[in-house]
Design a binder for this molecule. Structure first.
Ligand code: ADP
Length: 473
């Protein structure tokens, strides 16, 4: 039996009607019928109730329909999936198996993409399937014999099945990397390189994300042919519809403050992000003991449980989800009213993705970030990235506690990266693997050591049989 929702009420984002007229997100002059899409695809769009294309759809779809490679940057929740999915539905030949390959960083996101494209393609004959960890290879292989036209997968399993000879990439005419910056970072890069190098050279390539730093763009371009760059994020990387605040808090008060907010502010559906899996478990236990209807998700949980939690989130059936960054990218659940950064993310880009779980498709949302006194610079780095000041939120009814005698300070979270023209270059890797080293090390990033300038922030996990399991979340 479903638990009662103890705190539904104020600030329910899902109660807001989608703002189809919001010029920050939607095209004002263009209709879907002007983008070159065939009638069977337009019918799918109408069925889903999309009235106007979003900005990224209005610009990416015509370029993709004309056969161009595209590198698209658009804010979270502005319909990037349909932007690359609709041209695939229009251009794939239903009689040719495995013609399009879409890669995503998490299994949950791969499933979501496959579901949305399947929905949009319901009036055509193009079929979609998934290839990803967490399910038996044999099961996936026998399903693939049906000859799906579009495969959505996570890089490790896609590579693995190809190496076992279960399929080949010879028919691939379209490749897509969703969350391209994550896909090209150090954990996935080698698999991606191998997969793309195995696909025919004359394919069409589409890469999208909400955050694409300069170095990633440089690297991305090496896999593309004269791509059209489409940026619709405007002055700030985050949508205006998400109301952002930070809360200054002592590290020892964070748990109590979270409980206070959840019980006093009564958010409708909240995702609380932690940096560490052990914090996810600890918080879920703590809040559960306080009577909150709480769920958790992180990469060490069984896939079946992960799937169930995401499904409940999508269906609006849970109240508070404590999550690792497994859930920070791509996940689309319309009822998420609040995102709370319990721990500020190590990487400022992740802030953009985390808070992008709310305020999607023209709805409103609220993002609160806990900031301890040691994390001021981290907050500034986030503000510089999103090009927006995050105001402080006061909560006078919460009484901070004294520092417990047994309290031991944790690291503030992330390495503090100085920014601006005067800032020395940070060797993030050395600083990350050796906490005793000062965060600011002299000298520029060594591009020979870190191709593309994309410097890992964590120690690489131990290699097992030439694969890096821990990055396939
Ligand atoms: P992104 O990848 O940019 O974060 P998604 O592709 O997940 O965003 O889309 C966010 C939500 O918006 C999804 O629920 C999707 O079905 C919906 N959506 C996409 N395009 C439109 C549109 N043109 N009008 C209304 N809703 C849309």
């Amino acid at each position: 039996m479903k638990k009662e929702r103890p705190h539904r009420g104020k600030g329910s984002a899902s109660q807001q009607p989608p703002a189809h007229a919001d010029p920050e997100i939607f095209e004002s002059d263009l209709g879907f019928d002007q983008l070159g899409l065939p009638e069977h695809v337009l019918r799918g769009i109408r069925d889903l109730g999309f009235e106007k294309p979003t900005l990224i759809q209005g610009r990416l779809i015509p370029a993709a329909m004309a056969g161009r490679d595209v590198l698209g940057q658009a804010k979270t929740g502005t319909g990037k999936t349909a932007a690359f999915g609709l041209p695939l539905l229009a251009r794939c030949d239903p009689s040719v198996p495995f013609q399009a390959l879409i890669l995503a960083p998490t299994r949950e996101l791969a499933v979501q993409i496959a579901d949305e494209i399947t929905e949009l393609g319901r009036h055509g004959r193009v079929t979609v399937d998934t290839v990803m960890g967490g399910e038996r290879i044999k099961t996936q292989a026998s399903r693939l014999k049906k000859g799906a036209n579009i495969i959505v997968g996570t890089p490790g399993r896609v590579m693995d099945m190809a190496q076992r000879g279960l399929y080949h990439f010879d028919n691939v005419r379209f490749t897509v990397l969703d969350e391209v910056d994550r896909m090209l970072d150090i954990g996935f890069r080698e698999d991606i390189r191998k997969i793309l190098n195995n696909c025919p050279k004359d394919r069409q390539t589409m890469f999208v994300s909400a955050t694409i730093a300069g170095e990633i763009e440089k690297l991305a371009r090496t896999f593309m042919r004269d791509p059209e760059k489409i940026v619709t994020s405007g002055a700030s990387l985050t949508v205006n519809l998400v109301e952002q605040h930070y809360l200054a808090v002592n590290p020892w008060d964070k748990k109590k403050l979270l409980l206070h907010l959840l019980t006093h502010e009564e958010p409708a559906m909240t995702i609380v992000f932690c940096r560490l899996k052990k914090n996810v478990d600890m918080l879920a236990k703590y809040l559960g003991e306080k009577g909150i209807d709480v769920h958790a998700i992180h990469g060490d949980m069984r896939q079946g449980k992960r799937n169930r939690v995401i499904q409940q989130l999508r269906e609006g059936e849970l109240t508070v989800l404590i999550a690792s960054d497994l859930a920070s990218r791509g996940i689309d659940a319309e009822g998420v009213s609040h995102v709370i950064n319990y721990d500020l993310p190590e990487d400022p880009d992740l802030y953009v993705h985390r808070i992008g779980r709310t305020a999607r498709a023209g709805r409103r949302g609220i993002a609160w970030s806990f900031v301890t006194s040691a994390q001021g610079n981290l907050l500034t780095n986030i503000e510089e990235l999103i090009n927006r000041e995050i105001p402080k939120m006061d909560y006078p009814d919460f009484i901070p506690g004294p520092r417990p005698e047994s309290w031991r300070d944790e690291s503030p979270g992330g390495i503090v990266f100085p920014t601006g023209p005067e800032a020395p270059k940070v060797n993030r890797y050395d600083a990350a693997v050796n906490p005793d080293m000062p965060a600011v090390a002299a000298g520029p990033i060594d591009s020979a050591r870190f191709p593309g300038g994309n410097v890992p922030t964590r120690m690489p996990p131990k290699r097992m049989m030439g694969r890096i399991p821990s990055n396939r979340r």
